[in-house]
Design a protein around this ligand. Structure first.
Ligand SMILES: [Zn+2]
Length: 75
């Protein structure tokens, strides 16, 4: 199964039922991105390890060392 860089999380939440006064539980589902910034203009998925870039210019810089758009040139 390919990684979609999203993690599904679930937690059990309990709430008091207003009518019966009993605690009623349900699963609450969430999904969150598993990506973290590792550098300027690039980030990585912590699940599959894939490195991704915010732009093609950033990819070019990291792959070839050429900073054509001046992304990393801060004067
Ligand atoms: Zn991934």
């Amino acid at each position: 199964m390919p990684c979609n860089h999203i993690r599904e999380t679930s937690r059990w939440v309990e709430e008091e039922d207003w009518y019966s006064g009993e605690m009623v539980g349900r699963w609450e589902y969430n999904s969150e991105y598993t990506t973290v910034d590792i550098d300027l203009h690039r980030y990585k998925c912590t699940q599959c390890g894939l490195v991704m870039y915010y732009s093609s210019a950033a990819r070019e810089y990291y792959e070839t060392g050429v900073d054509r758009k001046g992304l990393f040139n801060r004067g």
